[in-house]
Design a protein around this ligand. Structure first.
Ligand SMILES: Cc1cc2nc3c(=O)[nH]c(=O)nc-3n(C[C@H](O)[C@H](O)[C@H](O)COP(=O)(O)OP(=O)(O)OC[C@H]3O[C@@H](n4cnc5c(N)ncnc54)[C@H](O)[C@@H]3O)c2cc1C
Length: 261
């Protein structure tokens, strides 16, 4: 098993990942790992443009109101405020990275007006704004000596499924999703003892923290703390089969061949 040591691991190469990587690269070595091609992202396909208050006749307050109305009052006002107020700064950052936005004959940005906005505030590059952002960020990334970018196939030499598992290893799984998955087992077995419930809670917590589980792990602590024989001591053989079947989507077969440290 070989190791690569970096200070920052960035998963994904859209506007979020690439922008973060450029900032992190001032503080250490960065590895960006992405799924298929380095430019394959929603970012690349975004067409319309980016909303930001850059015109004197516009205001943050109005952009915030427009966003709240478009969001039917469901948006978190603090997030809306942050995004709206930071937008001009982020636009300048993109420009400093080499992103072009169209200008009108007056020399000022050719601001478009899109649905939900009460003012012209959409900066765009033709109708391929996302493509232009992705292009310029990637160019900057390629020029940076502290940043490496790898697509899954090159890095692992295999399939996307392996990167998916590696990411699961790192970030874990949503506890609620894991809990929901186990609901059927609980419905089928309504008479569980306190220790069986304790075991199942531990199992779900382990799976969500570690992004899955290898069956061998069931016979180690913390599971043997509930019963020395773990699952076999707590459940009937039929129930063990049932439970292993429920766990199947989370069972890790073997660690990936390469790891990022
Ligand atoms: C057709 C279209 C039009 C749009 N138009 C606009 C617009 O006009 N204005 C606007 O503001 N927004 C628009 N959007 C939304 C905008 O594109 C997204 O909000 C934005 O690009 C999200 O950026 P991101 O970096 O978070 O995600 P993405 O750009 O999607 O990047 C995610 C990255 O993660 C990678 N990835 C995903 N899963 C894995 C995995 N398991 N392992 C490794 N890598 C993984 C992907 O390959 C990709 O590189 C549009 C979106 C689409 C699809």
């Amino acid at each position: 098993m070989s190791e690569r040591k970096v200070d920052f691991l960035v998963i994904g190469s859209g506007i979020a990942g690439l922008s973060f990587a450029l900032k992190a690269a001032d503080h250490g070595k960065v590895l960006i790992v992405t799924k298929s091609n380095e430019d394959e992202s929603n970012t690349k396909y975004a067409q319309g443009g980016v909303a930001a208050v850059v015109d004197k006749s516009d205001s943050f307050e109005q952009h915030i109101i427009d966003t709240q109305i478009a969001g039917d009052g469901l948006c978190d006002v603090n997030i809306v405020e942050n995004v709206v107020r930071e937008a001009p700064e982020r636009i300048n950052e993109l420009i400093s990275y080499g992103t072009s936005f169209d200008k009108s004959d007056s020399g000022f940005y050719d601001l478009a007006k899109e649905g939900g906005h009460s003012a012209n505030r959409i900066l765009h590059y033709k109708d391929i704004t996302g493509y232009e952002i992705e292009r310029s960020l990637l160019q900057k990334i390629h020029e940076h000596p502290n940043i490496e970018i790898d697509v899954l196939n090159k890095f692992y030499g295999r399939t996307a499924a392996e990167l998916h598992l590696t990411i699961q290893d790192i970030v874990g799984l949503d506890p609620l999703a894991v809990e929901t998955h186990f609901k059927d087992f609980l419905h089928k077995h309504p008479q569980l003892t306190a220790r069986q419930v304790q075991f199942l809670n531990l199992l779900q917590a382990y799976i969500s923290q570690n992004g899955g589980i290898m069956i061998d792990k069931l016979y180690e602590a913390p599971f043997t703390g509930v019963h020395p024989q773990s699952i076999d001591g707590l459940f009937t053989p039929d129930d063990v089969t049932d439970l292993i079947h429920v766990m199947k989507p989370f069972v890790k077969k073997q660690p990936p061949e390469q790891r990022i440290a």
